[in-house]
Ligand binder design. Structure first.
Ligand code: ADP
Ligand code: ASP
Ligand code: MG
Length: 402
C-alpha cells in the first residue's frame, strides 16, 4: 500500500461542484488501495477577500491577527471537502494545522515550518481514514496560528509528504502542469514533462506562481517524489525531480515577477564599508534584497541601486531612510513601476551567449533594461512593468520553439 499526498489549490475547490469533483479524485485514489492525505487551500478568492475585509476595519492590522483571519479560509475548505467525502460513504477526518502539530517559527504571515508531528496523522491513517489537512497554516511556540506566505499550501503538502515518507506528492492545480511560461499569458507556452528541483526552485522564486518556492526547496531537501497535475483535466502533468532526461532546451522557462521595487541611493560617498552598512541594515530588518548594482565612483561619489519586494515596501523604506544616520548620500529614489523577467535553465551554465540572446529579444522590441543579474542557471532583467508581458513573450519566442 502506498501513501499519496494530494494538494488542491483554491480554484480546484472554488465551489460545491469543484469540491465534489475533488472528492471523486481523492476517493478514487483511496479505492486503488492507497492511504491518502489531502491538503487544501482556501476556496477561490477567499484569501484575497479576507485581506480586503481586514483593510476595511484596519488598514494596518498586526500580522498575528491577519494570520488568525487568513487561516480561516482553509478551515472552511477542509470541512466542506470532508463532508463531500462523507457523503460518498468513505471514512474521513478534517484536521487543522495545529491539530496535526505543524510547528513553525514565529514569523507571522511568512512563517517557516520547523517540524511536523506524525502521531495524529499516523493514528488516523491506521484507522484507514482519508485525512484532509488545512494548508498554509501552522502554530508557533506560543500556540498562536501562523501562515506560511501566499501560496503556502504547496509547502504544507510537501512537508507532510516528507515527514510521512509518502511515495508521491501530487499538487493539483488549474493548469495541466509546469509550462515554459505562464500559459495564461503566453499562448505558445509548452508543458514540460519533467523539470529539475533546481530549475523549478528558480522559476518559482522568480515569480512562476504555479508552485510555492519553499515547497520545491523542501521537496529537494527530502527528495519528495513530486508532480504538478490538473484537477480539471485528466492528463499527465509535470514531474519535479533531481535529474531529468537530457533535453536540448537551454532555457526551460521564462518567469515574471511584479512584486519588485527599485531603490536607488544617489551620491553615496565612496569609501570602504558603505555597502556593508547599507545591506546589513536591510538584512537586520529582514528585507530581502535581490539585484544590486554599484557603478564606478565619479568624483568620490557612487550611485547604488538594488531591488526589494514591493510587498515589503514600508519596512524597506523605513530601513533605507534610517541610513541617513550612518552614511552620507544625496538622495534616495524609488520606482515601483518595474518588473523582473527571468530565464531559467540548467543547460545555460555551459552555453555562453544565452544572456546575449535574451538581450537581443528585448533590443528587437526596444525594451530598455534597467538592471541585470545572472547566476549559473538564471538570467534576470529589470524592466518597466508595462512592458513585462511583451518582454516575456519575446524572450519565450526567442528560446522556445514549438
Ligand atoms: P493554486 O490555487 O492551484 O495553488 P496558483 O494560482 O497558485 O494555483 O498557481 C497556478 C497558476 O500559476 C496558473 O493558473 C498559471 O496562471 C500560473 N503560472 C505562472 N507561471 C506558470 C508556469 N510556468 N507554468 C504553469 N502555470 C504557471
Ligand atoms: N490560501 C492561501 C493563498 O491564497 C494559500 C494557498 O493558496 O496556497 O495564498
Ligand atoms: Mg498556489
Amino acid at each position: 500500500m502506498a501513501l499519496i499526498v494530494q494538494k488542491f489549490g483554491g480554484s480546484s475547490v472554488a465551489d460545491a461542484e469543484r469540491v465534489r469533483h475533488v472528492a471523486e479524485i481523492v476517493t478514487r485514489t483511496y479505492d486503488q488501495g492507497n492511504d491518502v492525505i489531502v491538503v487544501v487551500s482556501a476556496q477561490g478568492d477567499t484569501t484575497d477577500d479576507l485581506i480586503e475585509k481586514a483593510k476595511e476595519i484596519n488598514p494596518n492590522p498586526s500580522k498575528r491577527e491577519m494570520d488568525m483571519l487568513l487561516s480561516t479560509g482553509e478551515q472552511i475548505s477542509i470541512s466542506l471537502l470532508a463532508m463531500a467525502i462523507e457523503k460518498l460513504g468513505y471514512p474521513v477526518i478534517s484536521l487543522t494545522g495545529w491539530q496535526i502539530g505543524m510547528k513553525t517559527n514565529s514569523k507571522y504571515s511568512n512563517a517557516r515550518i520547523r517540524l511536523c508531528d506524525t502521531e495524529r496523522l499516523q493514528s488516523e491513517l491506521d484507522k484507514r481514514k482519508i485525512i484532509i489537512v488545512a494548508g498554509f497554516q501552522g502554530i508557533n511556540k506560543y500556540d498562536d496560528i501562523t501562515t506560511l506566505g501566499r501560496g503556502g499550501s504547496d509547502t504544507t503538502a510537501v512537508a507532510i509528504a516528507a515527514v510521512m515518507k509518502a511515495q508521491l506528492c501530487q499538487i493539483y492545480t488549474d493548469v495541466d502542469g509546469v509550462y515554459t511560461a505562464d500559459p495564461r499569458k503566453v499562448p505558445t507556452a509548452v508543458k514540460l514533462d519533467e523539470i529539475t528541483f533546481d530549475e523549478m526552485l528558480e522559476l518559482a522564486s522568480m515569480g512562476a506562481q504555479v508552485l510555492h518556492n519553499r515547497s520545491v526547496e523542501l521537496a529537494k531537501k527530502y527528495d519528495v517524489n513530486m508532480e504538478v497535475v490538473s484537477s480539471f483535466n485528466d492528463v499527465p502533468g509535470t514531474k519535479v525531480k533531481e535529474v531529468v532526461k537530457v533535453e536540448k532546451m537551454l532555457v526551460r522557462g521564462v518567469a515574471k515577477d511584479t512584486d519588485v521595487m527599485r531603490v536607488t541611493i544617489l551620491g553615496v560617498v565612496d569609501e570602504p564599508g558603505i555597502a556593508f552598512k547599507i545591506f546589513s541594515t536591510l538584512a537586520a530588518k529582514g528585507v530581502n534584497v535581490d539585484i544590486i548594482i554599484q557603478c564606478l565612483a565619479q568624483s568620490g561619489k557612487n550611485d547604488i541601486s538594488f531591488t526589494v519586494k514591493q510587498s515589503e515596501k514600508e519596512i524597506a523604506k523605513a530601513a533605507v531612510e534610517g541610513l541617513a544616520d550612518r552614511i552620507t548620500f544625496d538622495k534616495i529614489s524609488y520606482s515601483e513601476d518595474v518588473a523582473k523577467v527571468s530565464i531559467v535553465g540548467a543547460g545555460m551554465v555551459s552555453n555562453p551567449g544565452v544572456a546575449a540572446q535574451m538581450f537581443e529579444a528585448l533590443a528587437e522590441r526596444e525594451i530598455n533594461i534597467q538592471m541585470i543579474s545572472t547566476s549559473e542557471i538564471k538570467v534576470s532583467v529589470l524592466i518597466a512593468e508595462e512592458e513585462a508581458d511583451r518582454a516575456v513573450r519575446a524572450i519565450h519566442d526567442m528560446f522556445i520553439k514549438n
